[in-house]
Write a protein that binds this ligand. Structure first.
Ligand code: FES
Length: 579
């Protein structure tokens, strides 16, 4: 049991409460902003790390939500400090937000370290923002609550619900196959994203915010509330109130996120039919918490966990439906035998107490254990001579015929090569071929973008083909569908075996046996490796060089090697140089 904090033992006391020249500066400059001593003296200073920006549509409600969090903090006797952090906007940032996930994690850690912060509310949701904020907070280890952005409303087109990403790919394929008009395509454009909030399919955003709740980092039920729902605003205020008490209790994020909480989050990801991206993020996040999560653990949990959430792209419904059907609490209540329900959470109750009695109101959206969407294997980890350190596939979101498949490789050396040649009428490819993309990994792309759902050639689309076996060292959007082998490690750019695949080689996938192999001899593989010339690095200056020098491979979470281990040693006191 921890000792309850007092005003004198708050971290911020070293900035505000002592009587020296430096603290005079802090108090006089706080007065400059219009605050009286009585506004903050002896109170927990709460950072609201806000990833709002004018170019992040998923967080466009965050200015308002920050005010609601502040209202709760004031009411509970805290002193709120809103701090903007880089806004990783999935639709806009190039080459990929993944290039910058670790930058936001570093920024979060350093904001919390360098200012007089006692506790924090992290505001995120759009894909990489959730893992980045939590990774940074784990390294700093203060009392922390994560405020999920909430999903946007269902998309609408001609009376049909549209799902983020999933229906973009679907209607794009129909447009390329000549089955819909340009005018109809524009109708999809106007209706697919019609409110604030993150993607409302089971993409990375819904997956990772739900994982955050399963880890105990949100108030119960928070991750499932749609962004525009007034209950989302209420939740924001309640989080503001709770974080103040969490500081007095001195319940820090690493008191909550341990191996048990990580396993609970992975089980949740799997039961949701969650994004493959969660594998990279959960491994990185776990390593920040000192937990040695690896691909083997993911696969072991996948073998025992049923997919219960009937949500696109694996299923039929959207996050708004999931909320009305009982939300994450309803789903977790079906899984108590697979979870450690004794773990603490930020509201001071155990996970088990938080989900006790949670009901399901639509058992087609949240399936019962007796009728899962898929019995197990929401995700699967592959090994073989093409992926010595592992690769990933999402069996729940692909045509079943590809579970065991062998075909001839059609190789593209990079994304531009694929874009230039894929639709060439003379390309030697058929529905059984295996499309291979090289140079799309953490270093190769760079940034490991979501290119892994490789497009199908136009001529095969016109023949009615809608899925093929595709392999790469890229990631794939959680909203995507298809037989796509992803995250091949080591990646081709650094000399992984994917670099040596040639047109016409036979590639064999066997999901039940978890294998992925290039059917050439070891001697031939050795000859190709010896002849391989390493490509030049993508960056020679700036953040990109730091990234290339330190990013780890996909099976290690793509964190920077120098950020992985240990809590920040500096968190107890301000930097002596601060003035
Ligand atoms: Fe932000 Fe999908 S674009 S969550």
């Amino acid at each position: 049991m921890k000792t309850r904090k007092t005003p004198q033992t708050l971290r911020s006391h070293r900035w505000y409460g002592v009587n020296d020249l430096r603290s005079f500066g802090h108090r006089s400059r706080t007065a400059q902003m219009g605050y009286h001593r009585s506004d903050y003296a002896g109170k927990p200073v709460i950072a609201i790390i806000n990833t709002w920006s004018d170019i992040n549509p998923c967080h466009s409600h965050f200015r308002q939500r920050a005010e609601e969090v502040k209202r709760g903090i004031w009411q509970a006797g805290g002193f709120p400090v809103e701090m903007p952090a880089i806004s990783l906007s999935e639709p806009f940032q190039k080459p990929t937000t993944m290039l910058y996930r670790n930058l936001l994690a570093m920024e979060t850690e350093e904001l919390l370290r360098s200012y007089p912060i006692d506790g924090c509310v992290l505001m995120g949701g759009c894909d990489k923002t959730t893992p980045a904020l939590i990774m940074g907070a784990l390294s700093m280890n203060l009392p922390t609550i994560f405020m999920p952005a909430g999903s946007m409303l269902r998309g609408d087109f001609k009376g049909n619900y549209l799902g983020s990403g999933s229906d973009t790919w679907k209607y794009w394929a129909e447009l390329r196959a000549g089955n819909i008009t340009e005018e109809e395509w524009q109708g999809v454009e106007e209706g697919i994203a019609r409110s604030p909030g993150h993607c409302m399919t089971m993409g990375t955003a819904s997956t990772m915010t739900s994982a955050a709740e399963a880890m105990g980092l949100t108030l119960p039920g928070a991750a499932s509330i749609p962004a525009p729902d007034s209950r989302h605003a209420q939740m924001a205020t309640l989080m503001g109130k709770r974080i103040v008490e969490l500081v007095w209790e001195d319940l820090c994020i690493r008191d909550i996120v341990d191996a048990r909480a990580i396993d609970n989050a992975v089980t949740t990801v799997l039961a949701l039919g969650g994004s493959t991206n969660a594998i990279v993020h959960m491994i990185a996040l776990a390593r920040r918490a000192g937990v040695a999560l690896d691909l083997a653990r993911f696969d072991a949990l996948a073998r025992r966990t049923p997919v219960l959430a009937n949500i696109r792209p694996s299923g039929k419904y959207l996050m708004e439906d999931f909320y009305y059907a009982g939300g994450l609490r309803g789903m977790l209540a079906q899984l108590t035998d697979l979870l450690d329900t004794s773990v603490p959470t930020v509201n001071g109750h155990t996970l088990g107490e938080n989900i006790m009695g949670a009901a399901v109101y639509n058992d087609d959206v949240i399936r019962p254990r007796s009728n899962p969407l898929v019995a197990s294997d929401g995700l699967a980890v592959l090994h073989g001579n093409l992926a010595p350190n592992g690769a990933v596939i999402k069996p729940a979101a692909m045509e079943a015929q590809f579970q065991k498949h062998a075909g001839r490789a059609v190789v593209f050396r990079d994304y531009n090569d694929m874009a230039a040649r894929l639709d060439d009428a003379n390309l030697d490819i058929d529905k059984d071929s295996v499309i291979v993309l090289q140079s799309a990994g953490p270093q190769g792309a760079p940034g490991m973008p979501e290119w892994g759902q490789l497009p199908l050639p136009k001529k095969l689309l016109a023949q009615g083909v809608r899925d093929m076996l595709r392999i790469s060292d890229a990631r794939m959007s959680g909203t995507s569908y298809g037989a796509c082998v992803l995250h091949i490690s080591p990646e081709s750019h650094i000399g992984g075996p994917l670099a040596f695949v040639q047109d016409g080689d036979v590639i064999e996938l066997d999901v039940p046996n978890r294998s992925l192999n290039l059917k050439i001899s070891d001697a031939e593989l050795g000859r190709r490796r010896a002849a391989w010339v390493p490509p030049k690095p993508h960056y020679t200056r700036g953040f990109g060089t730091l990234y290339l020098k330190h990013v780890t491979q996909a099976d290690k979470g793509c964190d920077f090697d120098f950020l992985e281990d240990g809590a920040s040693p500096e968190h107890a006191t301000p930097d002596p140089e601060i003035h």
